[in-house]
Design a protein around this ligand. Structure first.
Ligand SMILES: [Zn+2]
Length: 161
C-alpha cells in the first residue's frame, strides 16, 4: 500500500483489527521510508448506499467525505483519530443497516450531529453551524442554549409561544 505522505510503495502492517461485526479489517501501517503511520480498511464489497441530496441529485455514500466533515469540526479538540475513525465506522454501519439502498443527506447529517453531540460539545456546535447553514445569531444561540440545557437537537421547546 502506497504511503500517502511520501508516496513510497512499501509499508508494513503494525496492527490488524477486525471491526465488532467482523465486516471490516482495519490495518495500521507504517511507511518503510518515512515511518509515518496510516490506516487502511479492507471490507467485503456491498451494494452501494446512495445518498440523495437536497436538490434530489444522487451520489454514492462516501465515508471519506463524512470523515472530513468530522475532522474539521474536531480541529484542536481533544479527540483522537481513532475516536473519529470509530465514529465514522459506527455511522456507516448504522446507515447501511438501516437504509438498504438510499438515504437522505439530511439523515446522514443528523446522524453525525447526534454522534458528535455525545462526544464533544464544541465539535457538535461547529458541525451543526456548517451543516444547518446558520444564517443569523438567533439560530446559533438557540442551538447552544438547547445544548446547554441538555435537550439536544429535539425541538420540544414550544412552551414559550
Ligand atoms: Zn512514507
Amino acid at each position: 500500500m502506497r504511503c500517502p505522505f511520501c508516496q513510497a510503495p512499501d509499508s508494513r502492517v503494525v496492527e490488524s483489527r477486525a471491526s465488532e461485526d467482523q465486516s471490516t479489517v482495519r490495518r495500521r501501517r507504517e511507511c518503510v521510508l518515512c515511518q509515518r503511520r496510516f490506516t487502511t480498511y479492507e471490507r467485503v464489497e456491498v451494494s452501494p448506499l446512495v445518498v440523495v441530496k437536497k436538490d434530489r441529485s444522487r451520489e454514492e455514500f462516501d465515508r471519506e467525505k463524512v470523515r472530513r466533515g468530522i475532522v474539521r469540526a474536531c480541529e484542536k479538540r481533544p479527540i483522537s483519530s481513532d475516536q473519529i475513525d470509530e465514529l465514522v465506522d459506527t455511522i456507516e454501519r448504522e446507515l447501511r443497516t438501516e437504509f438498504e439502498r438510499e438515504v437522505l443527506s439530511s439523515q446522514v447529517g443528523e446522524r453525525v450531529m447526534n454522534a458528535l453531540q455525545s462526544l464533544d460539545g464544541v465539535a457538535y456546535v461547529r458541525f451543526a453551524s456548517v451543516y444547518r447553514e446558520f444564517r443569523d445569531v438567533q439560530t446559533f444561540a438557540e442551538v447552544i442554549l438547547r445544548m446547554l440545557s441538555g435537550q439536544g437537537t429535539d425541538t420540544n421547546d414550544k412552551s414559550h409561544e
